[in-house]
Design a protein around this ligand. Structure first.
Ligand SMILES: *Cc1c(COP(=O)(O)O)cnc(C)c1O
Length: 231
């Protein structure tokens, strides 16, 4: 298994090639390194290799690692919460993260806004959209993001940046592309209504090329950087 710096280099190269193939500047796509199950020492290896934005799925696990990395003087780092968010975890997430990608209901948006400390920059948020329609996945149904965007726009401690999705994996590249295209179309619809948005959070280790072809501005990559998760 290659080292974390080598893997990071390989992922950056994939992003560069996919951007080039799509006729987009490589700098228009940012890389979020997903660190669920990855300990602070290995996160620090990625930091040493130039990575500064990290995504976490579990509030308690994340806060422990953020605290440990802060104590050791690693950073500054940007932390993105990307996992399903329960109401009782918003108080833990709102003061410790810079971004939350997984806002999918009004109650969570209001709780995050209430828990974001006054002196901090507003919490940067994305609305999660369920583009493949499975009953079990989180995210609003396509179209429902418009109502949630209206609510978030009224909340002073939150700043809406865009949309996020986790499509069901598909072996068919056309299906993958169509799902990412749907998220891009939903973002364009919000932009047409006057929202100033700049983030399409889509694409992971197995499908980042398809996501970039459809306009991803941020890809979330775990396995291709840190190896398979032992869960
Ligand atoms: C785990 C996770 C990722 C990273 O997935 P990989 O396939 O390991 O790259 C991206 N986004 C979310 C929301 C995740 O939970």
């Amino acid at each position: 298994m290659a080292s974390i710096p080598e893997n990071l280099q390989a992922v950056r190269e994939r992003i560069r090639r996919a951007a080039e193939a799509a006729g987009r500047p490589a700098g228009s796509i940012s890389l979020l390194a997903v660190t669920k199950g990855v300990n602070a020492a290995r996160i620090a290896e990625a930091v040493a290799a130039g990575q500064s934005a990290f995504g976490e799925n579990f509030a308690q696990e994340a806060v422990e690692k953020i605290t440990e990395l802060e104590r050791s003087g690693t950073g500054p780092l940007a932390w993105h919460f990307i996992g399903p968010l329960q109401g009782n975890k918003t108080g833990l997430v709102a003061p410790r993260f810079d971004w939350v990608h997984s806002v999918d209901r009004e109650r969570i948006a209001r709780r995050l806004a209430a828990a974001r400390p006054e002196g901090m920059k507003p919490l940067q948020v994305c609305i999660q959209v369920n583009v493949s329609g499975e009953a079990s996945k989180s995210g609003v149904r396509p179209g429902e993001e418009e109502h949630l965007a209206e609510i978030i726009a009224q909340l002073p401690r939150l700043e809406l940046r865009g949309l996020m999705t986790i499509p069901e994996p598909s072996p068919d590249a056309r299906v993958r592309r169509r799902r990412f295209a749907l998220l891009r179309e939903r973002l364009e619809a919000l932009t047409a209504r006057g929202y100033r948005l700049d983030t399409l959070s889509m694409g992971m280790s197995d499908d980042l090329e398809d996501a970039i072809a459809e306009g991803a501005t941020l890809v979330r990559v775990g396995t291709a950087i840190f190896g398979p998760r032992r869960t």
